[in-house]
Design a protein around this ligand. Structure first.
Ligand code: P6P
Length: 341
């Protein structure tokens, strides 16, 4: 019937961005352009990720990134695609990427946006064909008379993000983003090369029964965290326990499952990573913005991640992120045992 046909009307990412922009009379269209640029780069990266094995983009090209981790060629390719897409539209003044040591300056005079990104997170999973993702976080440069670009433009807390999102290269390629008005997702239809709106205004379940953490580092966890994981494993029908353990080891994939099914993802401080492994500016802040916009919570074990004042562009922090009930429960146990000061 016409109603079903209407309900099936496909909305592309570009159409959706324009419709959203039209709700803001004062909008200049620059943020829209920036999101479309990222969408374009995502399509090109998706094409390469899905045929890496064939075009031998796999494997290490011998170089290592700033953290001494061996860099897979796809990492470099994704980094280059995103930077050139951002450079083309001349509205980004600087890009900070996991793949680059310092700050890549683009249109440092006119660009009003700052983009943090992890161009291809979870790249250690490329060789074993596990889902990987791109993560981005967008800020406005600080208004100043001399228009000089200074490093502290880059060190803004997560609450100042104007947009954030990720692309998950999995069984299908999905782009999820927020500009602070809820979370929407788009699924790439490779036959037409368009991202099609698949979910508008995600809401994460209040409480989930999935916990996601690398239990290999159990012995170095804080007592409150050990107590929480034991809590998840105790039989209790009323609270749907024991929970299920799911850990993919690719943050975007673990977060996307948490957004849809609820529960909690944790990367805690450990002996090997005293401040946690994941990066505040281009992993934890953007994913916290998404999860908070969907009604969830994200803390570093004590405080809200997005309120943390960054001190360096590559700093790491612990992250406890997901359904509000699950995050509150782990925080209650951490407060009882650790957060005494
Ligand atoms: P571990 C992948 O290397 C990554 O950066 C994230 O995507 C993932 O959540 C985490 O590291 C996995 O780390 O120590 O559990 O292998």
């Amino acid at each position: 019937s016409t109603s079903t046909a209407k309900s099936r009307k496909l909305v592309t990412l570009d159409e959706y961005i324009i419709q959203a922009q039209n709700k803001f009379p004062g909008a200049t269209g620059e943020l829209s352009q920036l999101l479309r640029d990222i969408g374009l780069a995502a399509k090109i990266i998706s094409r390469e990720v899905n045929k890496a094995g064939i075009t031998n983009l796999l494997g290490v090209d011998g170089s290592t990134n700033v953290h001494g981790e061996s860099v897979k060629r796809l990492d470099l390719f994704a980094d280059q695609q995103l930077i050139s897409a951002l450079d083309r539209s001349m509205i980004t003044c600087m890009v900070i990427s996991e793949e680059n040591d310092g700050i890549v300056r683009l249109n440092s005079e006119g660009g009003k946006y700052i983009v943090y990104m992890d161009p291809l997170d979870g790249s250690s999973n490329i060789d074993v064909n596990v889902s990987i993702g791109s993560i981005f976080s967008i800020y406005m440069r600080q208004p100043r008379f001399d228009k000089k670009l200074v490093e502290d433009d880059a060190l803004q807390p997560g609450i100042r993000q104007v947009a954030a999102g990720y692309v998950l290269y999995g069984s299908s390629t999905i782009m999820v983003y927020t500009t602070g008005l809820g979370v929407s997702s788009f699924t790439l239809d490779p036959s037409i090369g368009e991202f099609i709106l698949s979910e508008d205004d995600f809401k994460i379940p209040e409480c989930g029964n999935i916990y996601s953490i690398n239990e290999g580092s159990y012995n170095s966890w804080a007592d409150g965290l050990k107590k929480y994981i034991k809590y998840c494993q105790v039989e209790d029908e009323e609270t749907n326990r024991p929970y299920t353990a799911r850990y993919i080891g690719s943050m975007v994939a673990d977060l996307h499952r948490t957004l849809i099914k609820g529960g909690i993802f944790i990367y805690p401080a450990s002996t090997r990573y005293p401040n946690g492994k994941l990066r505040l500016m281009y992993e934890c802040n953007p994913l916290s913005f998404i999860i908070e916009q969907a009604g969830g919570m994200a803390i570093d074990g004590k405080k809200r991640i997005m309120e943390k004042q960054p001190t360096s562009i590559h700093q790491r922090i612990p992250i406890y992120i997901g359904s509000p009930d699950n995050v509150k429960k782990v925080k209650e146990l951490l407060d009882q045992h650790e957060n005494k000061e």
